[in-house]
Design a protein around this ligand. Structure first.
Ligand SMILES: [Zn+2]
Length: 114
């Protein structure tokens, strides 16, 4: 099954927002959700740099981070530059990273707003 986790879900019963998608609300057990689109911009909460990358990633290192979108949802993604600080404003893009065993791998890419 091809999944694109570029949307968040708000429980129609209790209002809890979940990301990524879940079948059952963790708070109230309801199974009906309203789709919430992400905002274009977010704020970097925390980040890390990885220097031992798995086979198939042709980069020397990778900067990843958790950002909070302006609608309150938090998500992890790749950051386009190693020069980052917590609290930076980022532009968020949902992008195709690569293909693994014939399946497309999508994810968030965060780019600092200058
Ligand atoms: Zn709920």
């Amino acid at each position: 099954m091809k999944r694109k986790n570029d949307k968040a879900y708000k429980c129609k019963k209790c209002g809890r927002v979940t990301y990524p998608e879940r079948v059952v609300c963790l708070k109230c057990g309801n199974r009906e959700f309203e789709v919430i689109p992400f905002t274009d911009e977010c704020t970097l909460i925390t980040f890390s740099q990885i220097f031992q990358l798995p086979w198939g990633i042709n980069d020397r290192y990778l900067t990843i981070g958790v950002c909070q979108f302006d609608n309150g949802i938090k998500a992890m993604g790749r950051i386009t530059t190693p020069k980052v600080k917590n609290g930076m404003r980022m532009k968020a893009n949902w992008k195709l990273f690569r293909e693994i065993a014939g399946e497309d791998v999508w994810g968030w890419v965060f780019e600092p707003i200058k």
